[in-house]
Design a protein around this ligand. Sequence first.
Ligand code: SAM
Ligand code: 2KA
Ligand code: SF4
Ligand code: MG
Length: 243
Amino acid sequence: MEKTIPVLEIFGPTIQGEGMVIGQKTMFVRTAGCDYRCRWCDSAFTWDGSAKEEIRPMTAEQIWERLYELGGDRFSHVTISGGNPVLISALEELVLLLKKKGIRLAVETQGSRWQDWLYHIDEVTISPKPPSSGMDTDFAMLDHIVKKLADAGRASHMSLKVVVFDDIDFDYAKRVHRRYPGIPFYLQVGNADTAEADDAALRTQLLARLEWLVEKVAQSNELNDVRVLPQLHTLLWGNKRGV
Ligand SMILES: C[S@@+](CC[C@H](N)C(=O)[O-])C[C@H]1O[C@@H](n2cnc3c(N)ncnc32)[C@H](O)[C@@H]1O
Ligand SMILES: Nc1nc2[nH]cc(C(=O)O)c2c(=O)[nH]1
Ligand code: SF4
Ligand SMILES: [Mg+2]
């Protein structure tokens, strides 16, 4: 029997709101399940049980059909996020199918697991979690993932992205950058209020945090070759799901 993938949502076309391909027109496939429980997770519905009725076990072919139904010929890039999609070995079938269709692929993961299908991903964003998340980083695993991709000549296909909420997270970000100096490094503004329904209020709060983070980076002699970014989709559409 064909393997299935637990899918929570498929949406797009939209734009990638974060990181190394920010602004890229893309479709999203969001898988269910995470091995972390970040305090401030903006996609907690993927793992906290609140959307468990929406999880669909889908084959790679069914996912492609849904992507095509939504996007038609108006997309050439797909982002796989979660949850942690790298928990799911069955994603290999989807990855190979989408590659065969000529689609460029990105993945969002926290760097706690490895799958061989990561070798086929055009943009792997690894987002190790800072202290404010309440999670501990397994640096041996992170070393392993970075080394596997680098050894396979995939260094230019990955980046590191650390979400920063406070000074302690900022120190953690510096530590991560120091450990992997050659990997493109992004600092991302943390959204502290994932329940805020007032988009204008959220935008004001996020822009103030962006200004704070830019100033911190500007004053650092360790973070010279880095990029600071907000979540563009949150600035545009607030905490709305499926955008
Ligand atoms: C929802 S996660 C899914 C992928 C994977 N589990 C991970 O964390 O990298 C996608 C991205 O959103 C970021 N993120 C989650 N909650 C956030 C928040 N409240 N503010 C800013 N970024 C957040 C994560 O750090 C990650 O880079
Ligand atoms: N537009 C948009 N960009 C994103 N980049 C990363 C996302 C995610 O939840 O992984 C995300 C998302 O949910 N929407
Ligand atoms: S690792 Fe990602 S999906 Fe999992 S809880 Fe943290 S932010 Fe959410
Ligand atoms: Mg998101």
